[in-house]
Design a protein around this ligand. Sequence first.
Ligand code: KG4
Ligand code: ZN
Length: 341
Amino acid sequence: MLLLALESTCDETAAAVISDTLEVRGAAVATQDELHRRFQGVVPEVASRAHVERILPVIDQALRQAQVTLADIGCVAVANQPGLAGSLLVGLAAAKSLCVALNVPLVAVNHVHAHLYACRLIYGPDVFPSVGLVVSGGHTSLFRCDNGRSFEWLGGTIDDAAGEAFDKVASLLQLGYPGGPLIQRLAEGGDPTAYRFPRSFANEPDRLQFSFSGLKTAVRYAIAGKNAAEVDPSVLSEQQRRDLAASFQAAVIDVLVTKSLHALKATGLKKLCIGGGVAANGVLRQRLQELAQQKRIEIYIAPPNLCTDNAVMGAIAFERLNAGLTESLELDVQAGLMRKK
Ligand code: KG4
Ligand code: ZN
C-alpha cells in the first residue's frame, strides 16, 4: 500500500510517496526561501498563497518520481498541526479533496513528532525508547519517545526557538534568510570563544527549558552597544563578524547539548533522537558525534535533507494507520507554534 504524505505547515510545500514497508518511492519539496528573503522571516499570507500555487505540482513531482499515479495511492496523510493556520489549511484542503476523490482514508500528522520520526525512518525501530530533541525555526522541545506513537513533552523554549535565534542573528548581521546555514558558513573562520554569550538554564539540570531571547539581545549589544537604536554590522571587521557568528553558534549548541544530557539523566534513557532544521547544522552534528563516543549514549540525528521540512517524515502516519486510527473529513488544523503535545 502506498501513502501520499503532504506537508505545508510553514514555508515548504512538500509531498512524498512512501510504501507500507517505509520505503520512500518519491519525494518533492518546494521551498519559499526566495519569497521570504526580503522580509528576513516567513510572512504567513505570502506563505499560504505560495502553497496554493505549489501543492499540486509538488504532488505531481512526487508521484512521477515514484512512477505511480493517484490511482495507486491507498491513504493520504497531512501535517495538520502545529504551524501557520493559512499554510496548514492548504495542505489539509488538498488532502481531504484527494481522500474524497480517491475514496481512501485520511491520517493526521503532528509535524513536530514527525521531525523525530525522521530518525526512526532512517535508523529503524531501535531508536526508541529515547529522548527526542526537535530543534527548528518554530520549535525547541524535548520529548520522551517510547515508540512511534508515544511522544511525551518534557520541556521546551520559553521564548524564541533556536532556529528563530539563528534567523534573527543572521538578520542583525545582514546575512540573509534563512539564517542557520549562513551563520554556520560565516562561523567557519571564527573563534567560538571570542565572545562569551549567555547559556540560559545550562546549570539547572532540573529545568528542561530553553531561552534564546537573551542570547539574541547579547549579540545585538555586542554589535552596537546597549544604547544604540539601530544596529549597523558594517562597523565590525570581517574577523569580528566571524567571531560573533562562531560564538553565537557555540552558545546555542552548548545549550542544546547540555539540555539533552539533562533530559537523558532525568529520564534514565540512553538514546537521543534529533530532528528539525537546526539539526542540519554541521558543528552541532559533529559535537553530538563526539558526545556519543564520550558518554555511553546512542545518538540518532536525522540526515540533513530530512532535518528541514519535508513530507518523507510524514511516514509517521503509518503508526496511526496501522493502529486503525484514521480521521473524519471534519479534521481541522491546529495552528500555533509551541504546542506541548
Ligand atoms: O524544520 P525547519 O525547516 O522548519 C520549521 O519547522 O521551523 O527549520 C527551519 C530552521 C530555520 O530557522 C533555519 O535557519 C534553521 O532551521 N537551519 C539551521 C541550519 N539549516 C537550517 N540552523 C542552523 N544551522 C543550519 N545549518
Ligand atoms: Zn519543521
